[in-house]
Design a protein around this ligand. Sequence first.
Ligand code: AMP
Ligand code: MG
Length: 723
Amino acid sequence: MAYVGLGQTSASILGTAAWLILIFVLHPAAYGRLSWLFSVAMLSSSVFTFGLGVVMATSYPEERNEALPGTVVALVWLFAIAGGGVTAGLLALVAETPPDEAFFTGALVFSLSVFSIHFHVLLGRKRYEAYMWGWIGARASALLLPLLLYRALGSVPPMLLGLSASYLLFGITSLGELRHGFNLQSLRGKVAFSAKAWLSGLCGVSLNYLDKILIGLFFPLQVLAVYQFSYRVFLLLTVLPNTLFFYLLPEKSSGNESRSAERVGVGLSFVLAAAAYILAPWIASRVFPGYREGIDTIRLMGLAVVPMTVAKVKSSDLLSKRRADCVLAANLFAAGAGVFGVLFVFVNDFGLRGLASAMTLVQVALVCVLFAFPRFLRGEPRSGRGAALAGLALFSLVAAAFFRTAMPIVRIEEEGAVVQGTLFAMDTVVNVRIRMDDEVKGRALLRESFREIERIERLMSAEDEGAEIYALNANAGSWTPLSPETISLLKRAKEYGELTLGAFDVTVKPLVDFWMEEVKRRGRAPEREELSRFLELVHHRDLEIDERNGRARLLKKGMGVTLGGIAKGYAIDRVCGFLLERGVEGGLVEIGGEMRVFGSKTWRIGIADPRAEGKMIGVIPLRDAAVATSGDYRRYHLLGSERIHHIIDPRTGATAKGIISATVVTKDSLSADALSTAVFVLGIEQGLALLERIGAAGVFVDSERRVSVSSEWSARFWRIPDE
Ligand code: AMP
Ligand code: MG
């Protein structure tokens, strides 16, 4: 049994490590996608193994019928092939998954099934040590192989292939069982049991994966990414309940009560939940920057380790008393509650924190039912008050946390007469605060502001297939009809192209993609000729706008527009305009570090240190104005020691060098946004001259970390001295 426990524990640690490492490698959307496909494969494979593994593991030790392993292995291989095919087909036809992703996911279903029957055979034959090494091997390979393939080929589908190969490699030896022959008679009288085992297995798998499948269907992939990340952190905590379970089950089965182990286990679970709560900010912003959204999610999910531990203790109790039915029923109930929870969160716009709370509440529900069910079945009226109270207490704990942090997608905190909310949009964090005495009205305004930002994102995204800019790029070479709003923003962008002598260029997308994706994948710097090929595709002049007919076109195929350098500013201006129209007297709108404030208050705005996260280089006062910072530290990857980042010098085709952070202050956000990107490209001298010419102010940090401030500003910029 120790081998089994050890195998399981190492497997879950290795699995968790793999998912956490992937965070450093993949874009959140790709990460979300991969977790979705993986979850689909896990669920599908457990559908298509029909509980045969458990039949093998439980019946074989009693009967020693050699025909049994051969038969189940043969059947599972057949089902696995069918299951892989069906899954791939459904994904491609119904879920509109690209063919390669669908195919590789089908392959993964096959391999997971093969691996599953293999380790059940090992269990049945009591080859526990082989079982342990099988799991460790498969998971270690599933950690390394996908990463290697990703490095070599640079896209996500091969990672699925890596996973698939790993499980197949460690499951393929099950084929050896076939030499014992195939005999359906050996399954006689086991069909009912197999069905039960199948269902209960499905419940278990659903508890772990169905939530992710549903979230992937209903929420943006980035939400799934943060959820998956937090869930993996949570899984580290579940080593405790799982180990406890594997210890208690045999102990209890042989009649030992093990009360003190239970108490210590449950006590420890509280310690773990508290530790997760305290460490969450550090984990989510220091260790995994970019997943700050995960702070609350980790905290809420961390609480689940308490009910989960109690549930494991109770399950081991029931199982040792041969009450598997109760455990099955309780799990069924919890899986149902989970589906309901995700839908409920979706319908009510409760967002990520709502999802995390739902997951934790499902564990609470599981505990309650585990305690209530056996008594209910036995018709015992008396006992159970203590258990019910404990369940209720746990429930209230999560509910309290839920209502504290899990207010709608818009998280709103009141501070005096200020209403504030946060949202994840435009690939970053949006923050709106307004002065407002009427709380209800304030919330409604925030919600409307967020809706506006999401609307603009849907319109102006270059990645989202429904967006106008996406259509413009996809149609490069011919005309695309566009809304007046998009046309006018494109016109403004072109004006900044003229004003900055080409330093700002909306058609820079092919170069951004090349540096951020292709060069990252290759891991080496491109040749000059290659860049000049791209340079031919980049010029704002070649974006033609026909305002009268409401259309625009990119002159050459292969060209592409990105509004990344200007859309945030535009959205901020729109929201400020809307709030002012509604009579809001003062407030602040911030999207990913760019912000605009309005009203009579003077705000003190910190400028981030581009090389020390969380630190500031200085503070500026801001009143009725906007500020934007462009930096090489927001999106980048390293090529040797060189930092390749997302701001391109359209004149050279390379990532802009010289400045590492450029902050611009102007009246409105759109110009601050466009200018900060432009002066980042222009460099300090030309940048300062440009700002001076148009009456704007700026603060720059160069690659030697020297700070320059435009002259008008030097008196008002308060520099934080270096330590
Ligand atoms: P920001 O953070 O406002 O400086 O904007 C950076 C984004 O603007 C990048 O992610 C690109 O999408 C886009 N971009 C990069 N270089 C340029 C450029 N030279 N002109 C206009 N947009 C650019
Ligand atoms: Mg900008």
